[in-house]
Structure formats: C-alpha cells, structure tokens
Design a protein around this ligand. Structure first.
Ligand code: MTE
Ligand code: MO
Length: 434
C-alpha cells in the first residue's frame, strides 16, 4: 500500500477520496479566519505523500537545471541560509473548486472530484524567491526580464513524480512573488502540503504550486506532464471530444466567490405573519441591504471572494430576491494593519482572498419553491404549488475584480467536460416557514 505512510488528517476535513487523499476545508472554517489553519487547509494529492525524515530534511536536495544543461544543486539548508527569506500571503485554489456546483447547476455531469466551495484556502508562506535561486544557478535574469531568453518555462517536479510548469515571465517578475516555500503559517510545511519544500505560485491555479519539490528545469517548452498538457484546461460547452493541444494550460485564475455561511434571523415587518415583528434592520452603507416592504426573512451571509493574477476584489454583490435587486456586501479589512503592526498580507499582488459579509432580508414573495423542489438555478420563475409550509428562496452573490472582470451568471455557459474553473454566481437556497 503506497499510502501506508500518509499522515493523519484532521477529522473536520471533508474527505472526497482517501487514497490518494483529497479533502476540502469545511464551510465553517472557510470564512472563520483569514488564514486557514494548516490542519484545515484543503488537500489535493494525486498520489501518496512522500516520506522525508525530519532528522535529515535539511539535506533534502533541490536540483536546478538550466536550458543549456548546467546543473546546480541546493540542500534545503543552503536555501535557508544562503538566500534572504520572504513571506507571501496567498490563496491556493484548485481548478476544480466548485465543480459540484457546475455539475448541479448546468445539469450536466463533469469529470473529476466533485468539490463544493472548499477546494480553496489561504495561508502565509515563507521561503526563498525562485528568482533569487535561478539567478544564483547562473540563469541570465536580465535577458529573461527583457523577454529575450530562450528559456520560456520553468518546470517543477515533485518527489512522487507530479510535475507542472509556469511561464518564465511569472518566474522572473519582481512583483510575481513566486516562492520556494518551507514554512506555512509560521510552522514547517505539513507533510500533506509539501514537506519539506514546495513551490508557491501566487495568483495561479494551485496545480502549479508543486509540492515535495526536488527538481526545477528551465526549458523552451511547457512541462510534458499530463497535469500541464491535459487535465487543467477548459473547452467550450459544445466540446466533449477535444484536441488538448488546442487550449492553453490554466495559469492565472479568474474571479471567484462563494457563500460559506448562512444564518437566518426572524421575520421583519411581519404584521402578524409568523412573526416576531422586529424593527428596522440596522443600517450602514455596505453590508446591509434595505429592508424590503412587507414581511421578509432576515438573513446573514458570509463568504470569500478571490481573483487570480494579483487582481484585487473590488466588490461583492448579493441578491436576496432572485436577481431583481442587488446589495453590496461589506468586505472585511483583513489586510489593514492594526495597531501599527505590519499588514498580514505580504507580497506585491492581491494574492489573498477577501472575506465578505451581508445582513439583509429575503422578501416573502421571493419564497417560491417548496423545500422538496429542486434548486431553481435560473432564479425563481417557478411558483409554489402549495400555500403553506416550508418554502425556499434563492439568494446569490457575485464578485468583481479590479479589471472589472465579474463572474458568469450560469454554469451552463462555462460548462466544460472536466469541470474546471466553475465560477458562476453562487446560488443557495434559503428555506423558511411561510
Ligand atoms: N504537487 C505534487 N507534488 N503532487 C500533487 O498531487 N497537486 C496539485 C498541487 N501540487 C499536487 C501538487 C494540485 S492539483 C493542487 S490543487 C495543489 O497542489 C493542492 O495543494 P494543497 O494540497 O497544499 O492544498
Ligand atoms: Mo488542483
């Protein structure tokens, strides 16, 4: 059993497959903290977890091979002692995050692990800059920066034979923050997350952040691995037999958001309707929607939003009435420095997620579907077929990044047979007695 030496995992992780281990972060842990605790960080392993003895981990060897064949080797101790260390706060998101939503929302099955919204997590990583190591190994940095290097791609290989590559442009970008990381949230990398060394490629799909890193190869071509040449690509909704070479590998991620937390309160303006008849919803500019006229079910929503390429999230909008009206959610100031301490968000780009909150109320009229009915993904053109009892309303959110990219309305439009990059508006059902 090649998995016999896999580490123990936290019981709260939601296991998708045991061997190899694939598990998502539980919803309550996604929004609870800005930095995901190491033991609750989602796990995506294609194979077993390589065994590296703690006593000898400083001798772990990284081989760097330049395009001309020159080879240089570094022990982990060399990396730690000969190069300045850097910290970068960055999200990792699997290209399959929310694949389950795509399958269910489009009504078309997809190939791959059916992740809900928990194949994403955020951590503070510490390590050395890839660019510093490449320069030390003799790579012509100036040539690469001017776009004239024969080297076009940087391949990363892991000890269990996983591999992927990134474009040289990202690797040498002085603001790209690509790390060879040995620490996660101020602790040594856990075994599941690449102990003792992994690549961290902020803003790119997590498939490029190769764990258990032991080889870097510079090339004029992309990595030949299936994870580079196949698997992590998208095609159109019409394509089920595909020409893999026709589509580029996913690198930078598109804009994404999800609802991870829903709390129901009482009814407002109930006027005798099931209600506690509470007063007006508390008001501020963002994060609180104007209470609708007539009875409405109070609801508090929370979640995350993220975009790739270092693009920051500028807004998150929620609709509590099936898309008829929208309210801007409150974005938590997680990256602000508090009491003169440095910002917890280190690095040159917006590599972290933004957490958001919204307090509002779902109008009675939006409760259409009987609870036993299927989620109405189009936003409520079905009417309830009974007068009393529990019914559900669809609430939904979407985020916008600083390039004004926003999420697609429907999964059907971006369906691809591998179920990659499921980013359509996240819709959930809120059910109540009405
Ligand atoms: N690196 C190695 N060596 N082996 C792997 O299976 N999986 C990749 C990437 N790096 C993988 C890997 C994928 S697809 C993802 S989503 C991330 O690691 C997951 O990182 P995590 O388990 O630390 O969350
Ligand atoms: Mo992934």
């Amino acid at each position: 059993d090649p998995f016999a030496d896999d580490p123990d995992r936290h019981p709260a992780l939601i296991t998708k497959t045991a061997k190899p281990r694939n598990a998502e972060t539980p919803a309550d842990a996604l929004g609870a903290q800005f930095l995901t605790p190491n033991e609750l960080f989602y796990v995506r392993n294609h194979m077993w977890v390589p065994v590296v003895d703690e006593a000898t981990s400083d001798a772990h060897l990284l081989t760097v091979e330049l395009f001309d064949g020159t080879v240089k080797q570094y022990t982990l101790e060399d990396l730690k002692t000969r190069f300045p260390s850097h910290k970068v706060t960055a999200v990792l998101q699997c290209s399959g995050n929310r694949r389950k939503h795509m399958s269910e929302g489009s009504g078309r099955s997809t190939n791959g692990l059916q992740w809900a919204a928990g194949a994403i997590s955020n951590a503070s990583w510490e390590g050395v800059l890839l660019a510093d190591v490449l320069a030390d190994a003799g790579f012509e940095m100036a040539e690469a920066l001017s776009g004239e290097s024969e080297t076009r791609h940087v391949h990363f290989s892991g000890m269990e034979a996983y591999g992927a590559s990134i474009p040289i442009k990202k690797a040498v970008d002085p603001q790209g923050d690509v790390l060879l990381a040995y620490s996660m949230n101020d602790k040594p990398l856990p075994r599941d997350h690449g102990y003792p060394l992994r690549a961290i490629v902020p803003g790119h799909v997590a498939a490029r952040s190769v764990k258990w890193l032991n080889q870097i190869t510079l090339s004029d071509e992309e990595s030949m691995s299936q994870w580079q040449r196949k698997d992590y690509k998208c095609f159109g909704p019409n394509e089920t037999k595909v020409d893999w070479d026709a589509a580029p590998a996913i690198q930078e991620l598109p804009v994404q958001s999800a609802i991870t937390d829903v709390k129901l309160g009482g009814w407002t303006n109930a006027g005798g309707k099931n209600g506690e008849g509470e007063g007006e919803a508390k008001g501020n500019d963002q994060g609180t929607s104007k209470p609708p006229e007539g009875p409405a079910q109070r609801v508090s929503l929370g979640g995350y939003a993220f975009s790739g390429g270092g693009r920051s999230i500028i807004r998150v909008d929620a609709s509590l009435d099936g898309g008829a009206s929208w309210t801007q959610a409150y974005l938590l100031p997680d990256c602000a420095s508090k009491d003169g301490s440095p910002s917890p968000c280190q690095g040159h780009g917006a590599w972290t997620w933004k957490r958001w909150r919204l307090d509002g109320a779902v109008p009675l009229a939006a409760f259409r579907d009987p609870e036993q009915g299927k989620a109405d993904q189009a936003g409520g053109d079905k009417t309830a077929d009974k007068d009393g009892g529990r019914r559900c309303a669809t609430v939904m959110i979407k985020a916008t990044d600083d390039a004004y990219n926003t999420q697609p309305e429907s999964h059907a439009a971006t369906w691809n047979f591998r179920g990659n990059l499921a980013t359509a508006w996240h819709r959930i059902q809120v059910c109540a007695d009405c």
